[in-house]
Design a protein around this ligand. Structure first.
Ligand code: PBG
Length: 330
């Protein structure tokens, strides 16, 4: 008698109908947030470091966000390219109510009231040093990114976004104590309904290179390792998530996503808050280039990468593929 297995997991994979019944994870347009780049110029510019991604004029930004929203995407995340002459060491432009971001927020909310508008809170696009915080130089010429001084500027920046009508502010700077400070500043000014999506575990990753090219926001000197997290650390992400939750964050983010699925899972387990994960520019570029070379099937690999992020525990996925993915899953 030939022996045979009593239990056959393959029965649950036998037909598309059965597979659809037992599937544990699925993607929907409502999972996605589309990050959008824009600038003051009236013309749209393709971003060389991110094929298929455009830096929009204000008018085109509003149209692009409307298209995404019509596909079922609930939210966009805004990244401005600030003109060189407006960049200063104290990043004053970051809280200008007539600056590029507040004008974009007002235009987006006027055109698409039901769209959730998320703004990035960090100084790098505004800072002549290209760091997320204010840089100080010591006697030996070594640079330090100041924490508490930066947090004050971040609060002013978040307030100007709230005054413009942002639904959610997303501090991506990794300064200590900024979630509590921003919450207090918002509440004191009456913006109790503005949410905070905190970049809780943002790693000092090599995957941000294409993004910095898109915004001309690379640090002029040094790197971001004294504030962004060490890719070697996982427990530290749990520590950051506990702090952000205690400080009043409404949602937590892990960034990058694809190489940090274990971190997404850890943060998912250590917090009851919604968890977002950011498939960053370098992840986009890796997928895009492999597909452009004909080496990988773009639809299949992108959906697999997004599904993996969801399966790891993300409720929200920030991805430059948001619009295309909607077309692929529907
Ligand atoms: C900076 C910021 C970065 C990204 C989002 N916000 C870059 C950085 O930390 O240098 C990267 C996003 C991407 O690579 O897609 N506050």
């Amino acid at each position: 008698m030939m022996s045979h297995p009593l239990i056959r997991p393959r029965r649950n994979r036998r037909t598309p109908a059965i597979r659809s019944m037992v599937r544990e994870t699925s993607l929907s347009p409502t999972d996605f947030v589309l990050p959008l780049f824009f600038h003051e110029d009236p013309v749209d510019t393709p971003i060389a470091s991110m094929p298929g991604v455009t830096r929009w004029s204000l008018d085109s930004l509003v149209r692009e966000a409307g298209e995404a929203h019509a596909l079922g995407i609930p939210a966009v995340l805004l990244f401005p390219k600030i003109a060189e002459p407006l960049k200063t060491s104290c990043a004053e432009e970051s809280s200008n109510d007539e600056g590029l971001v507040p004008r974009a927020v007002r235009a987006l909310k006027a055109a698409h009231p039901s769209l959730c508008v998320i703004t990035d809170v960090a100084l790098d696009p505004y800072n002549s040093d290209g760091h997320d915080g204010i840089v100080q130089r010591d006697g030996a010429g070594e640079i330090e990114v100041l924490n508490d001084e930066t947090v004050e500027v971040l609060c002013r920046q978040a307030l100007s976004h709230a005054r413009a009508g942002a639904d959610v502010v997303a501090p991506s700077d990794m300064m200590d104590g900024r979630v509590a400070a921003i919450r207090e500043a918002l509440d004191d000014a009456g913006f109790t309904n503005v949410s905070i999506l905190s970049y809780t575990a943002k790693y000092a990753s090599a995957l941000y290179g294409p993004f910095r090219g898109a915004l001309d926001s690379a640090p002029k000197e040094g790197d971001k390792k004294t504030y962004q997290m060490d890719p070697a650390n996982a427990r530290e992400a749990v520590r950051e998530s506990l702090l952000d939750e205690a400080e009043g964050a409404d949602m937590l983010m892990v960034k990058p996503a694809g190489l940090y699925l274990d971190i997404i899972a850890r943060v998912r387990e250590s917090s009851v808050l919604p968890v977002a994960a950011y498939q960053v520019s370098g992840e986009y570029l890796m997928l895009k280039s492999a597909a452009a070379g004909g080496w990988l099937d773009e639809r299949a690999i992108v959906l697999e990468s997004l599904l993996a992020i969801k399966r790891a525990g993300a409720d929200i996925i920030l991805t430059y593929y948001a619009k295309q993915a909607c077309g692929w899953i529907c």
